[in-house]
Ligand binder design. Structure first.
Ligand code: SF4
Length: 297
C-alpha cells in the first residue's frame, strides 16, 4: 500500500532515552499548515491510500485536529497516528480525533509497569496515561497497534509487555529494533542490546502473540538473525511512504532508510536475501561489526 507520511513536530511531552528524533519537551514548534495542506492536495489522486501522522508527539500540536480533518476532506481512506497515547486519556479528545478521521492509533508501550515504561520516557505517570489512552481508543472501537522498542532494560519483560498490550485489547503488536540515531545514539551503551541477546526474547514475544491470534510484526531486524520468524518482518516493499519532513519531501522513505541509515557487509553479497534486506543500522555495525549476521545460503 502506498502511503503519505507527515512529520508534524519534533517536540514531545515525553523524552524517551532512545528517541530516534531526539524529541524534546521544549517550546512547541509552529506547524506549517499551508505546507501540509499543499502536500495532501498535491498527492490526493496519485494512489496514496493512507496518511501516517507522527512526530515527536503529533497530538500535542494545536493544529492536530484540523490536520486530521484536512486529510479526511482530501479523501484519503485511512489515517494512522503514531502517538505516546497520553493525550488519548481524555476520551473527548480521543473521540474528536476519531470523528476527524483517525482510523488507527500506533501507541508506544515500552514496559508493562510504570517503573519500566516511565524509566524510558523520563516522565512520571506516562505509563498510566498511555494505558488510559489505549483503553479509551479500544472503547471507541478504533484499531490500536502498540509499538515496543527492544532495549537492554526490557528484554526479559518483552513477553509480559506484549501480553499486557493484548490484555488491553490491541489488535496488532509491533516489536522494533532500536534505530540508533538521536537520543538512542547518545545513550547507545546504556540502551542498545546486542542482537544475539535480544532475539531469543523477540522470538518468545512473537510466539505469545501467535498463540493469542493477534497480529504481530517485527521492524528493524534482518532475516539472518530472525530465522523462521523473519516472516513477521514488516514488508517495506509493500508499505511505501512518501514523507513530508518539515519543508522537505522524501519520495521513498524506505529507500532512504536502507541506503542512508543501514549497511551491509561484503559477505552479504552472497546472501540470498541481499536484494530484499535493508541491512544493519550503521552505528550498530560500526560498534559491533557483522559477526552476528551470517549470510543465508
Ligand atoms: S544481506 Fe546481510 S544483513 Fe541482510 S539478511 Fe543477509 S546476511 Fe543478514
Amino acid at each position: 500500500m502506498k502511503s503519505l507520511s507527515v512529520h508534524l513536530t519534533d517536540t514531545c511531552n515525553n523524552s524517551c532515552i532512545f528517541c530516534v528524533v531526539g524529541s524534546h519537551t521544549g517550546t512547541p514548534e509552529k506547524v506549517n499548515k499551508k505546507m501540509v495542506y499543499e502536500f495532501l492536495a498535491a498527492n490526493k489522486d496519485k494512489g496514496y491510500e493512507a496518511v501516517n501522522i507522527h512526530g515527536g508527539e503529533p497530538t500535542i500540536v494545536p493544529e492536530f485536529l484540523d490536520i486530521l480533518a484536512m486529510i479526511k476532506e482530501n479523501g484519503y481512506k485511512a489515517i494512522s497516528v503514531q502517538t505516546n497515547g497520553r493525550t488519548l486519556r481524555d476520551i473527548e479528545f480521543a473521540k474528536k480525533a476519531v470523528e476527524n478521521g483517525a482510523s488507527l492509533f500506533v501507541v508506544s508501550l515500552h514496559g508493562n509497569t510504570p517503573e519500566l515504561h516511565d524509566y524510558f520516557t523520563s516522565v512520571p505517570n506516562s505509563f498510566e496515561e498511555a494505558v488510559e489512552g489505549i483503553k479509551n481508543a479500544v472503547k471507541l472501537g478504533i484499531k490500536v497497534r502498540t509499538n515496543t522498542c527492544v532495549c537492554q532494560q526490557n528484554l526479559e519483560q518483552l513477553v509480559d509487555i506484549v501480553n499486557y498490550s493484548m490484555d488491553l485489547g490491541v489488535s496488532h503488536v509491533n516489536i522494533s529494533n532500536l534505530h540508533t540515531a538521536g537520543n538512542c545514539l547518545k545513550n547507545f551503551g546504556l540502551v542498545v542490546p546486542r542482537i544475539q541477546d535480544a532475539i531469543p526474547y523477540v522470538e518468545k514475544a512473537v510466539e505469545a502473540c501467535v498463540r493469542r491470534n493477534v497480529k504481530v510484526t517485527l521492524e528493524g531486524y534482518t532475516s539472518c538473525v530472525l530465522g523462521d520468524k523473519s516472516r513477521y518482518m514488516i514488508d517495506w516493499e509493500e508499505n511505501k511512504f512518501k514523507l513530508l519532513y518539515k519543508s522537505f519531501i522524501m519520495n521513498d522513505y524506505s529507500e532512504f532508510m536502507s541506503t542512508q541509515t543501514r549497511t551491509k557487509s561484503s559477505s552479504c553479497k552472497t546472501c540470498k536475501e541481499f536484494e530484499m534486506c535493508s541491512g544493519v543500522y550503521n552505528e550498530y555495525a560500526a560498534a559491533y561489526g557483522f559477526e552476528e549476521f551470517k549470510e543465508i545460503v
